[in-house]
Design a protein around this ligand. Structure first.
Ligand code: C2E
Ligand code: CA
Ligand code: CA
Ligand code: CA
Length: 279
């Protein structure tokens, strides 16, 4: 008979091995997954206030694993970053997003802006601007409908080089957004040194909005300052109607979150668009 201690050890060992296996399986499978294009993009609507028209979407990647099913980006983007596979994967995302815009246009939909997330390693890639330019040219997408979402930490890693890179993107005609704003350490005044057009306020500030917490004042001041600096502001992670009411009062231009829709497949997004934008 085994002692309790031994059994407990076995349980622990089993779970640990499980995690390591999952890590290795995902990491090892990633290269093959890229070759076999086991990925899709989902699209979460961006809603303009106060009329609540859909004016855009954010592209969010999902891995459709042949055995494990749908895997969320939080589980494999870090692995892709570590291994460098984020470069071919990121390229696939940009090209897929551009093709999607082209397909929606060919289907007769009114144009909307599509934003794509970049990772830090991808942002440092020397030929990134050329790659985006080629994707736009090959699909004939009007660059004003493509937006890149970047984080503060990406820009701060090498501020001078980032400024130059962002200017190159601006010359192509696309727009640039700061994602997860408020979670980094940079002030809005400093961020304005970068040629950016949009500020996306992080979900952590939106969660308890309208309950008289400090976040109310922070969000209100951020929106006021962004408006003063001619930046478009969008709030992410909006789940409650009361948050929309508060954001309307602060003159926030756009919202995104589960209150309106979770990220959708292309087909479901088109249906949502047709039902929602009635006028
Ligand atoms: P993110 O860019 O901050 O994206 C927002 C995340 O919040 C998404 O998770 C989205 O589904 C989720 N979300 C949206 N509305 C709500 C809401 O109302 N409540 C809550 N609780 N969550 C909401 P997702 O799709 O799992 O993506 C997670 C992260 O993975 C993204 O965070 C982004 O950093 C990264 N990611 C996703 N797609 C890509 C990609 O194509 N390339 C790169 N480099 N990163 C990506
Ligand atoms: Ca984002
Ligand atoms: Ca975000
Ligand atoms: Ca985030």
């Amino acid at each position: 008979a085994k002692s309790t201690g031994h059994n407990m050890y076995c349980v622990y060992e089993y779970h640990m091995a499980d995690n390591i296996n999952a890590h290795l399986t995902l990491g090892g499978g990633l290269r093959k997954a890229i070759e076999e294009e086991q990925f899709i993009l989902h699209y979460q609507p961006k809603i303009r206030l106060p009329d609540e028209t859909i004016v855009g979407a954010e592209a969010l990647i999902r891995w459709i694993h042949p055995e494990l099913g749908m895997i969320s980006p939080d589980q494999f983007i870090p692995l892709a970053e570590e291994s460098g596979l984020i470069l071919p994967l990121g390229k696939w995302v940009i090209r897929r997003a551009c093709r999607q815009l082209q397909e929606w246009r060919e289907a007769g939909l009114a144009p909307i802006k599509l934003s794509v997330n970049l990772s830090s390693r991808q942002f440092m890639q020397a030929d990134l601007v050329d790659m985006v330019q080629i994707a736009l040219e090959e699909t004939g997408v009007d660059p004003q409908y493509l937006e890149l979402e970047l984080t503060e930490s990406m820009l701060m890693a090498d501020a001078q080089q980032s400024i130059e890179k962002l200017h190159s993107f601006r010359k192509l005609g696309l727009t640039l957004s700061i994602d997860d704003f408020g979670t980094g350490y940079s002030s809005l005044a400093y961020l304005k040194k970068f040629p950016i057009q949009t500020l996306k306020i992080d979900r952590s500030f939106i969660q308890d909005l309208g309950q008289g917490c400090d976040n109310d004042a922070i969000v209100k001041a951020t929106i006021a300052m962004a408006n003063g600096l001619n930046l478009k502001v969008i709030a992410e992670g909006v789940e409650e109607r009361s948050q929309v009411d508060t954001l309307n009062g602060y003159e926030c231009q756009e919202v995104q979150g589960y209150l309106f829709s979770k990220p959708l497949s292309s087909d479901d997004f088109v249906s949502y668009l047709k039902n929602h934008n009635l006028t």
